[in-house]
Design a protein around this ligand. Structure first.
Ligand code: DX5
Ligand code: ZN
Length: 221
């Protein structure tokens, strides 16, 4: 059975009750926690930094899947690794020395992830596909939770899946943005194995546990 990883995106949760949110996600069987780091420059929004990652690290043993939507991420890799990040994912659009950056992330003991905006072609990350531990295909423009899923990104997932298989890579193929019970199966069929969901879990009518259960129920195999 192929991998199936669910990662709630905590910026869509109630930040005033983050400790309760973490406990509920763990109890509901979340595999990772997805943490969106935004700097107000690469994206038009500002969220959290190493300080919050460290707080989450104290609250849970779940892997922390840190998505860096920041300019010059090289400057902060060590801070996030020391704070307890398990995965560090950088944008190809912000990393002129991408191979070196991924190597540094690995040397810090984290999984090295690479991601690209919906408008960025897969060819931009092809040189590092053999090196990455995780490839994140964004299915919305970065910056906010609760945006509309972009169906044109489904074919990008299939492209990445094909190239990873050709390389014999075991990297996680992650999708992020507008993932819910309708869109998850589309991305799964295209070859994704790791699913980030914000609104799909935290605004689910029956609550966090029901939201996670509903997403897991979309996978029949
Ligand atoms: C968007 C972020 C996503 C977002 C997901 O820039 O990278 O992780 O929070 O939230 P939903 O699932 O609500 O689109
Ligand atoms: Zn994200």
């Amino acid at each position: 059975m192929s991998k199936f990883i669910l990662a709630p995106s905590i910026i869509a949760s109630d930040f005033l009750a983050l400790d309760r949110v973490v406990v509920q996600c763990e109890a509901a069987g979340a595999d990772w926690l997805h943490v969106d780091v935004m700097d107000g420059r690469f994206v038009p929004n500002i969220t959290v930094g190493p300080f919050v990652v460290a707080a989450l690290r104290r609250a849970t043993k779940l892997p922390l899947d840190v998505h860096l939507m920041i300019e010059e991420p090289e400057r902060y890799l060590e801070d996030f690794a020391r704070a307890g990040a398990s995965n560090l994912t950088v944008h190809v659009e912000t990393c002129p020395q991408l191979e070196d950056t991924l190597q540094v992330i690995k040397s810090l003991g984290c999984r090295a992830g690479v991601t690209l905006n919906p408008a960025t072609p897969v060819s931009r990350i092809e040189p590092v596909l053999g090196q990455a531990d995780l490839v994140l295909v964004l299915s919305v423009n970065p910056g906010f939770s609760g945006q509309e899923f972009m169906p044109e990104t489904i074919s990008k997932v299939a492209q990445v899946r094909k190239k990873l298989d050709e390389l014999g890579s075991q990297a996680f193929l992650e999708v992020d943005g507008g993932i819910n019970a309708e869109t998850l199966p589309l991305m799964r069929s295209a070859g994704a194995d790791t699913f980030v969901a914000g609104q799909g879990i935290f605004q689910y009518s029956g609550g966090i546990e029901a939201g996670i259960r509903a997403l897991r129920a979309t996978v029949t195999e």
